[in-house]
Write a new protein. Structure first.
Length: 240
């Protein structure tokens, strides 16, 4: 069994930049690019904070998800947006080769190197979510997504949730909310490649209302995430 762990951070929707080559596809779409559809608001700020405080490697993308969604599998209906879905196959493949594949290859390379050096990688993929969905409020500030069938992931999230509740009692922290931890995504695809003993994949979801408000609540949240993130040895390493 692994005796040590390497923490890896990633941020698939960190920015809303449009590469110059594809600028013509997004003429007049600046307002849309600035919304949650263009990127995960606050996610990159949170990921960079965690990287600095935890001294962990971070793989982050700043290209808008409306070009290609790095958190979707090949063939998924949301891999391309309405701005790129209608492009000819050669142009879509060009986007895959220039932006999608290099990012995913870099994340995978970090995991393989971490497993080789430490025996196990804890991968925290940082995202954010909108406060509302279909006119209903999402009653949560932090979501921890995982595969319930993988014991180490389950124990990791339970431990993190309990610790966050102690440090910030008013913080609503939920597991596998507002999304299911086994839905299509980068972490889900990596679970198929790596053994549950060697790879612990978690998606951290932060309510965008906190990021947009900023101030003390935002700062306190980031500090709490750093202070409570489980360290090696705090989670069950039995196979899931």
């Amino acid at each position: 069994m692994p005796t040590n762990s390497r923490l890896l951070l990633s941020c698939e929707h960190g920015g809303n930049r449009v590469p110059p080559t594809y600028a013509g596809l997004f003429v007049g779409q600046q307002s849309l690019l600035a919304t949650h559809r263009g990127y995960d608001i606050g996610a990159l700020r949170a990921a960079r904070y965690l990287r600095t405080r935890l001294q962990a490697p971070l793989v982050a993308a700043t290209t808008t998800r409306l070009l290609v969604d790095l958190n979707r599998s090949p063939g998924h209906r949301q891999l391309f947006s309405e701005f790129t879905r209608g492009l000819d196959p050669e142009r879509r493949q060009e986007i895959i080769e220039r932006h999608y594949r290099p990012y995913r290859d870099e994340v995978r390379a970090h995991i393989e190197a971490g497993i080789a050096a430490h025996g196990r990688v804890i991968h925290v993929s940082v995202h954010s979510f909108t406060p509302w969905s279909k006119a209903a409020a999402r009653r949560c500030q932090v979501g921890l997504l995982y595969d319930p069938k993988r014991t180490a992931e389950t124990e990791f999230c339970k431990t993190w949730q309990r610790a966050l509740r102690v440090v910030e009692p008013a913080l609503i922290v939920r597991r596998n909310y507002p999304y299911r931890g086994v839905s299509d995504g980068l972490v889900t695809s990596l679970r198929k490649r790596f053994d549950p003993i060697q790879y612990v994949g978690i998606e951290l979801e932060i309510n965008q209302a906190l990021a947009q408000a900023g101030g003390k609540r935002w700062t306190d949240l980031l500090k709490a995430l750093v202070a409570t993130l489980p360290v090696p040895g705090e989670v069950d390493e039995r196979p899931g």
